[in-house]
Design a binder for this molecule. Structure first.
Ligand code: GLY
Ligand code: MN
Ligand code: MN
Length: 416
C-alpha cells in the first residue's frame, strides 16, 4: 500500500431468489483471503501507518440479537472473529462509519475493493463494493483512491502451503465423487443422476458447494463448452464429459474426465481420448517456473493441431497454408487450457510468468459435434521449483483404468 492510506474491504451480499429465500452466500474472496471471516456483513480496515497502533487493523462484524439468534442461529462473537482473523481489534458493524471518520482525515487515501477479474459479469448487479466506493467517495471526496485488487491479485496467485492443502482436500473429494460416478453410470441413466453423486460426495465430505455447477454432458452435449442443464439421457454408445469441482473451505478443485456410458470406449472415442490425453501429458510439462502463459498456450495449440491432423479432422496441407490469425484448429478446439485455481475457480492473476507455488489447471479438449464427441481432460497442478505436481493424480484417467473400474462396478450392479 502507498504511504498513509487505508484499505477498506467489504463482504459480498447474500443473494436472494424470490420472496425471503436465499441462493446462498459466497464470501468476497479478497476479504476472506485477508481475514478468514466467512460471514456476511463484515468489513476489514487496514491502516499500516496509523498513528495509534489500535487503528492499524480493525475488523467489523455484525452484532447479533435475539431475533437473529432465534431465526438464523449464532453469528460470530467478537472473540471468535478475533481468533479466526488474528485481528486484535474487532468492532460491531454499526460503528463502522463513526470509527472510520475518526481515522479518515489522518490518512491521505483509500484502497477500495472491486471485482477486476477479466471475465467478470457485471450486468445489473450493484455489489457491496460498488456501494462502498460510492459512499466513500461521497463522504471523503478529496482523498486519493487506489485499488485493492491490484495488490490482492499480485498476492493470491502464489499459494501458501495451507492453501495448497485445502485445494488438495477439494481435489481428493472430487476423486471420491468421480469413483461414485463410475459406479453409477449405465445406459439410460440421466445426466443429473451423475450430478447427484457428485453433490452427495461433496456434502458428505464437508465441502462448501460445487466449485461451479457441474457439467455432465453426454454425447454431443459435450461440444457445448458450458453445458450444465444435465437433463438428458445418457445413451448406450455415447461418451460423457464431466467437468466438476469441489469448493472446500472456499478453495476449489477443477477437473474433467470423459467416460463411456456403457463402460467401453468405441474405437473413435478412444482415438480422440488418446489424442487429448497426449496433449494433457505433454502440455502439462510446460507448466513450470519461467514459462509465459502465451508461450504455453501457443505450444498447447500446436500439440492439439498435430492431433487434429492425425485424427483426420484437419489436412496438413491446409494447416501449412492457413491464415495464422484464423487457425483451423479453432473449429475443434476453442478455449484456453490453463487458469489459476484457488479461492476463485478461475482465480485472479494477470500477465505473469509461471512461478513456484501457483496452482494451475491444464485442460486441453477436442470437440467434434458432427460425430457427437466432445473430449476434455483436466487436472490441477501445483507448480514447484523444478516443474509441477499433479494434485489430481489419484483421479483415474487412463483408458484401461477407467474401463476396468467400470467393469468391476457393473459386476457389482448386476449382483447387488
Ligand atoms: N469448468 C470451468 C473450467 O474448466 O475452467
Ligand atoms: Mn473445469
Ligand atoms: Mn478449468
Amino acid at each position: 500500500m502507498k504511504e498513509n492510506t487505508i484499505a477498506v474491504l467489504t463482504s459480498n451480499d447474500v443473494k436472494h431468489t424470490n420472496a425471503d429465500d436465499v441462493m446462498g452466500f459466497a464470501q468476497n474472496n479478497d476479504l476472506f483471503y485477508l481475514s478468514g471471516i466467512d460471514q456476511e456483513d463484515t468489513i476489514l480496515i487496514l491502516y499500516p501507518h496509523a498513528f495509534k497502533p489500535e487503528n492499524k487493523e480493525i475488523l467489523f462484524v455484525k452484532e447479533t440479537n435475539e431475533h437473529i439468534k432465534i431465526w438464523d442461529g449464532e453469528k460470530l462473537t467478537k472473540e471468535e472473529a478475533r481468533e479466526i482473523s488474528g485481528v486484535k481489534r474487532v468492532e460491531w458493524l454499526h460503528d463502522f462509519e463513526k470509527i472510520l471518520q475518526l481515522i479518515a482525515f489522518e490518512a491521505d487515501g483509500f484502497y477500495l475493493g472491486h471485482n477486476e477479474h477479466i471475465k467478470r459479469v457485471t450486468n445489473n448487479q450493484q455489489t457491496q463494493q460498488d456501494r462502498m466506493i460510492n459512499w466513500c467517495k461521497e463522504k471523503y471526496p478529496l482523498h486519493d483512491y487506489y485499488r485493492v485488487a491490484k495488490i490482492t491479485r499480485a498476492l493470491r496467485p502464489v499459494k501458501s502451503s495451507l492453501e495448497i492443502d485445502l485445494i488438495q482436500k477439494a481435489a481428493d473429494i472430487s476423486v471420491e465423487g468421480f469413483h461414485r460416478v463410475l459406479k453409477t453410470v449405465k445406459p439410460n441413466c440421466k445426466e443429473y443422476e451423475l450430478e447427484a453423486e457428485l453433490t452427495y460426495t461433496l456434502v458428505k465430505n464437508g465441502g462448501t458447494r460445487h466449485a461451479f455447477k457441474p457439467i455432465v454432458a453426454s454425447g454431443k452435449n459435450a461440444c457445448a463448452l458450458h453445458y450444465n442443464t444435465n437433463d438428458n439421457v445418457c445413451k448406450d454408445g455415447d461418451m460423457i464429459l464431466l467437468d466438476f469441482g469441489v469448493c472446500y473451505a472456499n478453495y476449489n478443485s477443477d477437473t474433467t474426465r470423459c467416460i463411456p456410458v456403457n463402460g467401453k470406449f468405441s474405437d473413435r472415442q478412444k482415438e480422440v481420448y488418446v489424442a487429448v490425453l497426449h496433449c494433457l501429458k505433454e502440455g502439462s510439462k510446460l507448466l513450470k517456473p519461467g514459462v509465459h502463459f502465451t508461450e504455453y498456450e501457443k505450444q498447447m495449440a500446436s500439440l492439439v493441431e498435430s492431433e487434429l491432423i492425425k485424427l483426420g479432422l484437419l489436412k496438413a496441407s491446409d494447416v501449412a497454408t492457413q491464415n495464422p490469425d484464423q487457425p483451423l484448429y479453432k473449429k475443434y478446439f476453442m478455449h484456453g487450457t490453463a487458469h489459476h485455481l484457488g479461492l476463485d475457480v478461475h482465480d485472479v492473476g494477470l500477465y505473469r510468468t509461471i512461478e513456484a507455488g501457483m496452482v494451475l489447471t491444464c485442460e486441453p479438449g477436442i470437440y467434434i459435434p458432427e460425430e457427437g464427441i466432445g473430449c476434455r481432460l483436466e487436472n490441477d497442478y501445483r507448480i514447484t521449483k523444478t516443474g509441477n505436481i499433479n494434485l489430481t493424480h489419484a483421479m483415474p484417467i487412463e483408458i484401461d483404468e477407467i474401463e476396468t473400474l467400470m467393469e468391476a462396478s457393473h459386476y457389482i450392479q448386476k449382483t447387488s
